[in-house]
Design a binder for this molecule. Structure first.
Ligand SMILES: [Zn+2]
Length: 191
């Protein structure tokens, strides 16, 4: 198997990942490869992002101490990677002791840490999971599809949802039909 080194980013005009394993002369017999659902032929933003993510992860493995090869990479290592990425995050996640905990739009700055947003991590894992298999990895050995990773993402989602006062529920937003008209105290009426 060959991994395409991505160092020369300029002259890769159409290196689709589909022909990594094709040694035969391409005659395009049947469209059995169910890998291109896109209608347009332009390299999509998704594909570019996926390639960058894959390179980033490869770089992470390379710099890992002790050295770590892709074949020995487990879900635990993926979690390590995600936590490592948090230092580059730009999303304020309030801690429970912060007075803005649960506020979607805090009126003032606070010293809470910046993290990777759950949505970013979720999308990232999806891309890396696909890239792993496109680069010859076996689906059953895909560390990005590990249960631990799924659980971690769910945990991050719940935590950030509460901390930021944002609901990540996409569908079925069921509200209890109770009408609870609560008289809120005036905001600045303390003294
Ligand atoms: Zn805060």
């Amino acid at each position: 198997m060959e991994l395409i080194p991505e160092m020369n980013g300029s002259n890769s005009e159409n290196t689709s990942f589909n022909n990594i394993n094709t040694n035969t002369t391409t005659t395009t017999v049947s469209a059995a490869t169910s890998s291109s659902p896109s209608s347009s032929a332009t390299p999509s933003r998704y594909e570019n992002q996926k390639r960058r993510d894959w390179n980033t992860f490869g770089q992470y493995l390379k710099n890992h101490r002790p050295p770590l090869s892709l074949s020995r990479c487990s879900g635990a290592h993926v979690l390590e990677f995600l936590r490592y990425l948090d230092q580059f995050g730009k999303t304020k996640v309030h801690t429970p002791i912060c007075s803005f905990y649960g506020h979607p739009n805090p009126p003032a700055p606070c010293p809470c840490p910046l993290r990777q947003a759950w949505g970013s991590l979720d999308a990232l894992i999806g891309r890396l999971r696909a890239a792993f298999e496109e680069n010859g990895g076996k689906p059953e050995a895909n560390p990005f599809g590990a249960r631990a990773v799924r659980l971690y993402l769910r945990e991050v989602r719940d935590l950030q949802s509460k901390a930021r006062g944002i609901s990540y529920e996409k569908k079925k937003r069921k509200r209890p039909p109770q009408q609870q008209i609560q008289a809120l105290p005036p905001p600045s009426g303390a003294t």
